[in-house]
Design a protein around this ligand. Structure first.
Ligand code: ITT
Length: 197
């Protein structure tokens, strides 16, 4: 099955390629088809994931899979949440977003730095699919004080998964996929696929 992956984020692309390779799903990047990203106007991960999937399906004429994800920090009332990619402003780099996160958590002690990553996936057969498949996953952890590790992307150098003494950026790609919100969401999606065509 050929499916368009509706993301422009290279970190997500790498993780999806590894996760979906054994599933017989051939992923085509939306950028390979000349499809631009759509503005994320939703207030929830679900709304934005659907928006991205419908846009890519409409432009490509193919089924489309989109991911909307982000980091929810308890001491920040759940922010950056759906604004994770643009926390330091539209077009911000991972480094700029991380700097803002750490500045906002200045003075917050370790036991109050709890957080989670959330991921919602939307899979549509076409732009007006009335029964899209939505799947989700989350990953509990806390925000460290210093960046550690070179793997992953986004907030990973500061995200210390619950039960581990290292950051997500120190995990191998396979280990991150086994533990992460994205890995969990994809396993949920695959469980819901059934006879989806
Ligand atoms: P697309 O919309 O093109 O998929 P994006 O980066 O804009 O790319 P989102 O709107 O879903 O995607 O924002 C997700 C952000 O949340 C991402 O840019 C990171 O800052 C953060 N994030 C999500 N999953 C992450 C992960 O596994 N590791 C680190 N940061 C993550």
């Amino acid at each position: 099955m050929r499916v368009v992956l509706a993301t422009a984020n290279p970190g997500k692309q790498r993780e999806f390629a590894t996760l979906l390779a054994p599933r017989g799903i051939e992923l085509v990047l939306q950028s390979e088809l000349g499809i631009d990203s759509i503005e994320e106007t939703g207030n929830t991960f679900e709304d934005n994931a659907l928006l991205k999937a419908q846009h890519a399906a409409e432009r490509s004429g193919l089924p489309a899979l989109a991911d909307d994800s982000g980091l929810e920090v308890d001491a920040l009332g759940g922010r950056p949440g759906v604004w994770s990619a643009r926390y330091a402003g539209v077009g911000a780099t991972d480094e700029q977003n991380n700097l803002r996160l750490i500045a906002d958590l200045n003075g917050v002690p370790e036991d109050q730095r709890t957080a989670r990553y959330r991921c919602v996936l939307a899979l549509v057969r076409g732009p007006s699919d009335r029964t899209p498949i939505l799947a989700q996953g989350s990953w509990e952890g806390r925000i460290g004080f210093e960046p550690v590790g070179n793997g992953g992307f986004g907030y990973d150098p500061y995200f210390i998964p619950a039960g581990l003494n290292c950051t997500a950026a120190e995990l191998s790609p396979a280990r991150k996929n086994a533990l992460s919100h994205r890995g969990a969401a994809l396993r949920d999606l695959i469980a819901r696929l059934g006879s989806w065509t």
